[in-house]
Design a protein around this ligand. Structure first.
Ligand SMILES: C[S@@+](CC[C@H](N)C(=O)[O-])C[C@H]1O[C@@H](n2cnc3c(N)ncnc32)[C@H](O)[C@@H]1O
Length: 259
């Protein structure tokens, strides 16, 4: 059994029983017939795989749905997103990006929707399972534009520090790092996702190692997402930053694009 087995179990669904069995086996979690006594449950329904808190006042499920809601909005607004400004690069030959902390894939999706080929690194097998499901469903979408976007996204379930070491130096144009933020009181959506991350994924204690390795692996830029008022990651001063209302991207510029 996985070390998460006391926190989450897979709840069987009559229609999606084989998917449920496969997930339970892959993630080494218990497969149960009714809502488990664990604080979270992994469900599969017509909208795909989701993590749901258990209990009467639980917020809605957390899933990766590139077809709806915020992702749809971000895709249409994509060009204006701060992360696109932060990664920047040649408009014709878009830089290759390694998203070292893929999470629910939202930043990667914005970049991919603006034409950047993105490799998504996610070390948590649970979060990677949500992401893989979201990518697979989007790859079968009716909209050709959405299928093209996810064709630009490649998921790897591994630790990004080790993956970058294997890649070797200067092997991608840009590396993006978004370590876990401290819990925020901002919105219900942030809250439920934060609860999932804090309880099921845990703290990102190796983000200093991530930035050090990223500075070796990137050819042109390392981009670090931070809460607006937070100190610089690993006390490394960036070349410049771009700021939004609540967040900031610190840019470590290694070599101009095109050089
Ligand atoms: C704050 S979330 C990232 C959210 C993401 N930017 C998005 O748009 O959805 C951080 C994620 O990075 C992952 N992570 C942290 N350190 C990692 C590492 N060294 N290698 C791979 N994944 C890592 C965590 O498991 C977590 O899912």
């Amino acid at each position: 059994m996985s070390s998460l087995a006391h926190l989450i179990a897979v709840q069987n669904h009559a229609v999606y029983s084989s998917d449920c069995q496969q997930l339970a086996q892959q993630l080494q979690l218990q497969l149960v017939e009714t809502e488990p006594s664990t604080p979270f449950v992994l469900i599969v329904d017509e909208r795909g795989v989701a993590i749901q808190q258990t209990g009467p006042k639980a917020p809605g499920p957390v899933r990766v749905d590139f077809l709806a809601g915020a992702s749809e909005h971000r895709r249409k607004q994509g060009g204006g997103e701060l992360i696109v400004k932060a990664v920047a690069g040649d408009k014709q030959n878009k830089p290759t990006v390694l998203d070292a902390t893929a999470g629910l894939g939202r930043d990667s999706f914005v970049l991919a929707s603006c034409g950047y080929p993105v490799t998504l690194c996610e070390r948590s097998p649970l979060i990677a399972a949500l992401l893989a499901d979201g990518l697979q469903r989007a790859a079968k979408a009716d909209e050709v534009e959405l299928r093209n976007i996810v064709n630009n996204m490649r998921l790897i379930n591994t630790n990004a520090v080790e993956y970058m070491q294997l890649l070797g130096s200067q092997s991608v144009d840009a590396v993006v790092i978004d370590p876990m933020f401290p819990p925020s009181k901002k919105s219900a959506l942030v809250k439920k996702e934060m609860q999932v991350f804090h309880q099921l994924v845990g703290a990102d204690n190796d983000s200093e190692a991530l930035i050090e390795q990223a500075l070796l692996t990137a050819r042109h830029r390392v981009v670090v997402k931070r809460p607006k008022k937070a100190e610089h990651l690993a006390a490394r001063k960036p070349n410049f930053s771009v700021e939004g209302k609540a967040i900031r991207f610190d840019i470590y510029s290694l070599k101009a694009y095109g050089k």
